[in-house]
Structure formats: structure tokens, C-alpha cells
Design a binder for this molecule. Structure first.
Ligand SMILES: NC(=O)c1ccc[n+]([C@@H]2O[C@H](COP(=O)([O-])OP(=O)(O)OC[C@H]3O[C@@H](n4cnc5c(N)ncnc54)[C@H](O)[C@@H]3O)[C@@H](O)[C@H]2O)c1
Length: 373
């Protein structure tokens, strides 16, 4: 069995969500990690017994890397994806693939030019609820899609932005609510409809986050070529991260996705209910056991001796809210490499949602309807 040798760029909050599944995959070996913050990269390298780099270009000079994961602030995704692809590596990058349409296109071209695979994370497509709805639409049992509504009401306190050197900025995050949070639900909704988007009309504003320059609220309408109209409202001004909702109205019934549940109601009275099975994604006991195994304990002791106080909370506790299916997408990515086929979510596929998000911003900025096709 071929072993894929991996380098990870970015050892921040989302790091363990990639590193742990990679560590558990039989055909993967983490060889190197990279972060400009010494403490972050040393913690990661100690824990996975690999080399640490400050400069990702230095890491790319190694001759023993097959795949690079990119988990950095948004504005760095495109240059890092392109550099990794130009060095002949396959790439799996966190969402969004870029902060502009031009950069996203350049990534696709770099992938083709170098004959490497570029995958983009959109892990919620692997939730059992999402899969059930996608199947019911694609197998024709729900009939044609007629319309759709999307609702996201989340909570981002001022401290979330105060503690970050890139969130809440146009040049580094590329926006906030839409490109960072709502992108997940917009991607699911677009994937359910599965048609070309014709036009987007949208508005966005910052209503309650005076310390940031980007948006905390947005709404709009997306018109697809097949006539489907999808309406959305999203805000980060609620008091908690309430369940996201996508309701897809079809000829033969309704497909309602609410948080981790799907309720598919057919006009003939049949009903299908699907709930995500958390055991399907992460064995919490095994995850905790990882930190208790002797090599992790040695790493944690070494870090303590260096004066590093404790691993970040985002590493010690598995993600408890919506979106814990990274493990499935990561598995699909490596299985696809092994088989020589495309992964489920290629750069081309991610581009369709990227173009939608960019059109929402453009429409909000120009107050015009934006034509995509
Ligand atoms: N799919 C999901 O559900 C999900 C959830 C959270 C975050 N994310 C995504 O993951 C990515 C990272 O988010 P995060 O929350 O871990 O951010 P973070 O700020 O916690 O971590 C980013 C890390 O990148 C490092 N970094 C910055 N510049 C660098 C450079 N030039 N070279 C190497 N390292 C550099 C930082 O030092 C930091 O440690 C973002 O794209 C974010 O949208 C996805």
C-alpha cells in the first residue's frame, strides 16, 4: 500500500481536525508541519513526531512530501495552494478556496498544469442528513426542485474578532459571515439544487459588530437556470449558534435540513427522518486516548518543560457543534488519490460556491443583480 507523506501548513484552531484523522489513516504519514508561530508549530510537531517549519517554502523544498494540507487564514489559501501545486504536491485546503474569483481560477489552472489533485473542504456534505437529502433529490423521488430557503442565525461575540489577527478584515478574511460561516450552508443548498446559477441579488451590512470592517448580516435571492429561486438570510447577531436550516421545496414534497437532522416529507404522506450519527464521525474515547498514549505524554511533558502551557482547547476537545465530518472528506480525498480518480469536492466543484459567495459580495457592494452565466 502506498503511504502518502503529508505536510500541514497552519497549526491553529482547526489543526487537530485534520491532523488526527490523518494520524488514524493507515496510508498516511504526517512528515512536517508549518506555522509562523513557534509555539503552535512546536506543539504540533511534538505531538505527531514530525519536523517543524516556520516558512512553508522551506517545507515545500523537502523531497518526501506527496500532499499538503492548508489551514491558514483565507488570504493565504490561493498563494499556498498554487505554490504547493507548482511543487508537484496534491493539496487539500480548508474553505474558502480563495478570497476572489481570479485567485480561485488560478488554483484550478495550477492543479491542471501540474497534474495534481486539489480538494477543498466542505465537510457538511458528508453529514448523514445532507447525504439523505441529496439522494432523495438526485434519485428523482422528490421530483423537480421548485424553491428553497436558507437560514443561518449564529453568534460571534466581539471577543471572537478581538482574539484573531485576520477575522473581521476584508484583506485577510475576505469578508466574514458569508465567506467564513454561511459558505457551508450556501454550499449545501447549491449542491442540493445542482444547477447553474444565473443571477444573484443580495445585500450585506454590519449591524452589530462595530470593531470589525466586514459584514455580520446578509440576505438575497439566487436564481438558477432551471427556474429555481433560492432565498437566504444569514446573521452572526443571534445569541447562540442556532440550528442552520435549508428547506428545499420539490414537486413531490419537502426536504428540510435542520442542523443534524433531515426530514423528507412526500406529498403521499411518506416521511423519512435522518439524524447524523456522531459515532459515524469520531470516536471520542479514542480521541482522548490519543493524548494519553505514551508518545503524546512525552510530547506534552517536553512542551511543559519548554514553558508551553497546555495544548489549545480546540485541540483537546473534539468539535461539538455542526460540522464534524472532516474525517469522511479526508478519507475520500486519500481513497481517490489511491484509486487515481477525482475526489468528491474538487477545486472545480468548490469554485461554483466560491463564485456564488463572490457574487453576493459584488451585488451587495454595487446594489446590482449579478449575472453568473
Ligand atoms: N471547515 C470548518 O468547519 C472550519 C472550521 C474552522 C476553521 N476553518 C478554516 O480553517 C482555516 C484556519 O482557521 P483556524 O480557525 O484554524 O485559524 P487560526 O487563526 O486559529 O489558525 C491559523 C494558523 O495559521 C498560521 N499562519 C498564519 N500565517 C501563516 C503563514 N504564512 N505560514 C504558516 N502558518 C501561518 C497562524 O499562525 C495560525 O496558527 C480557515 O480557512 C478557516 O476558515 C474551517
Amino acid at each position: 500500500m502506498k503511504k502518502y507523506r503529508v505536510g500541514i501548513i497552519g497549526c491553529g484552531a482547526i489543526f487537530m481536525v485534520h491532523a488526527y484523522p490523518l494520524h488514524m489513516l493507515e496510508n498516511v504519514e504526517i512528515k512536517a508541519v508549518c506555522d509562523i508561530k513557534p509555539q503552535a508549530r512546536e506543539m504540533a510537531a511534538q505531538l505527531f513526531n514530525c519536523d517543524a517549519y516556520e516558512d512553508y517554502q522551506e517545507m515545500l523544498k523537502r523531497d518526501d512530501l506527496d500532499v499538503v494540507h492548508i489551514l491558514t487564514p483565507h488570504y493565504l489559501h490561493a498563494p499556498m495552494v498554487i505554490d504547493a501545486a507548482n511543487s508537484g504536491r496534491h493539496v487539500l485546503t480548508e474553505k474558502p478556496m480563495a478570497i476572489s474569483v481570479e485567485e480561485a481560477k488560478a488554483e484550478i489552472e495550477a492543479g491542471k498544469r501540474n497534474n495534481v489533485t486539489i480538494g477543498v473542504i466542505s465537510q457538511n456534505r458528508y453529514n448523514s442528513a445532507s447525504v439523505a437529502i441529496k439522494e432523495a433529490i438526485d434519485n428523482g423521488s422528490l421530483g423537480k426542485v421548485i424553491g428553497q430557503r436558507i437560514l443561518l442565525s449564529w453568534f460571534k461575540p466581539a471577543s471572537y474578532y478581538a482574539n484573531s489577527d485576520w477575522h473581521g478584515t476584508w484583506d485577510r478574511e475576505g469578508g466574514s459571515l458569508m465567506i467564513d460561516q454561511a459558505i457551508h450552508v450556501m454550499d449545501l443548498a447549491r449542491w442540493f439544487v445542482n444547477d447553474e446559477i444565473e443571477t444573484v441579488q443580495a445585500s450585506y451590512s454590519n449591524r452589530n459588530h462595530p470593531t470589525i470592517e466586514t459584514e455580520d448580516t446578509a440576505e438575497g435571492i439566487i436564481k438558477y437556470k432551471n427556474g429555481v429561486q433560492s432565498v437566504f438570510f444569514a446573521t452572526n447577531n443571534f445569541t447562540y449558534n442556532s440550528p442552520v436550516l435549508v428547506e428545499t421545496h420539490c414537486e413531490n414534497g419537502m426536504a428540510l435540513m435542520e442542523f443534524d437532522r433531515a426530514q423528507i416529507t412526500y406529498r403521499n404522506g411518506r416521511e423519512l427522518n435522518v439524524i447524523n450519527d456522531p459515532n459515524d464521525t469520531l470516536d471520542e474515547d479514542a480521541y482522548q486516548a490519543f493524548f494519553n498514549q505514551p508518545s503524546s505524554q512525552v510530547a506534552i511533558k517536553t512542551l511543559t518543560e519548554w514553558g508551553v502551557v497546555g495544548l489549545p482547547i480546540t485541540w483537546r476537545t473534539p468539535r461539538a457543534y455542526w460540522g464534524v465530518t472532516h474525517i469522511k472528506q479526508i478519507r475520500n480525498f486519500y481513497q481517490s488519490l489511491e484509486k487515481g480518480v477525482e475526489p468528491d469536492i474538487t477545486a472545480e466543484e468548490a469554485f461554483k460556491t466560491q463564485a456564488l459567495i463572490m457574487a453576493i459580495y459584488e451585488s451587495g457592494r454595487t446594489k446590482q443583480e449579478i449575472k453568473l452565466h
